[in-house]
Design a protein around this ligand. Structure first.
Ligand code: NAP
Length: 246
């Protein structure tokens, strides 16, 4: 159980982040539901958490903004005294072939997916070191492991998250802080619903378990790592992908 734990989940207004926020709240954590553009949806997530008997609060912050992340984390620590679980889930795609990819699309994906995680970890790490405990879970992707045509920016950001995870795991392990990455495969959210139906069908054919993942499939792994199950696990990458990476 995560009773009395404070969890911050970035990009929790929709999709996988929403499922993670709800799963952590069901385990008893107080969940800070971070959002950027989807204010109403973030408030819906908090309402769902409360309907299910949990507790949470919506927090606006663009994770690609270093100063804003500092303010979000300082504000949360001032209000709740500690943060025990950080899930870096916020992510975007701007797909395109490398020969046509714009600098802006490259920068936006890297700044959100990779620098966003640096920003939150950088601002929270001092507090976690003081607490001598904590769990950081970075949401990577199989795209960062296998690569994916049309996703050079996204794959680079997700592979970068794996390097960030392993280095920070080594730095913080001495104080009992565990840092891991979860690499989802092909999950049914707005991100993948934006793909053409035919591409989705072809992608499903490559999944050994024969179906897309649900946000809850990913949330269960995150809840495990955030809880006692993750106490002796650090610097690892867990593929939750229906066997895609076999
Ligand atoms: P999604 O449905 O598109 O949701 C993305 C979330 O990220 C939203 O809550 C969005 O919040 C938030 N976000 C985007 N930019 C942000 C920013 N600058 N600051 C704060 N929040 C921001 O995506 P998803 O499919 O749930 O994906 C969640 C994570 O899983 C991502 O990191 C993604 O790369 C990863 N992943 C997804 C799949 C998949 O198949 N779906 C596979 C592998 C990995 P607002 O709407 O409030 O802006």
């Amino acid at each position: 159980m995560l009773t009395e734990k404070i969890a911050l989940v970035t990009g929790a207004s929709r999709g996988i982040g929403r499922a993670i926020a709800c799963a952590l709240a069901r385990e008893g954590a107080f969940v800070l539901v971070n959002y950027n553009g989807s204010r109403d949806k973030a408030f819906e997530v908090v309402a769902q958490i409360e309907e299910e008997g949990g507790h949470g609060e919506a927090v606006e912050c663009d994770v690609s903004d270093f100063e804003a992340c500092g303010k979000m984390i300082e504000g949360a620590v001032a209000k709740y005294a500690h943060i025990d679980i950080l899930v870096n889930n916020a992510g975007v795609t701007r797909d395109g072939l490398i020969m046509r990819m714009s600098e802006a699309d490259y920068d936006q994906v890297l700044n959100t997916n990779l620098k966003g995680a640096f920003n939150t970890i950088r601002h929270l790490s001092r507090q976690l070191l003081k607490q001598r405990s904590g769990k950081i879970i970075n949401i990577s992707s199989v795209s960062g492991i296998l690569g994916n045509a049309g996703q050079a920016n996204y794959s680079a950001s997700k592979a970068g998250l794996i390097g960030l995870t392993k280095s920070v795991a080594r730095e913080l392990a001495g104080r009992g802080i565990c840092v891991n990455a979860v690499a989802p495969g092909f999950v049914d959210t707005e991100m993948t619903r934006a793909m053409p139906q035919k591409v989705r069908e072809e992608a499903v054919k490559t999944i050994p378990l024969g179906r897309m993942g649900s946000p809850e499939d990913i949330a269960r792994m995150v809840a495990f790592l955030a809880g006692d199950g993750g106490d002796y696990v650090t610097g690892q990458v867990f593929c939750v992908d229906g066997g895609l990476c076999i």
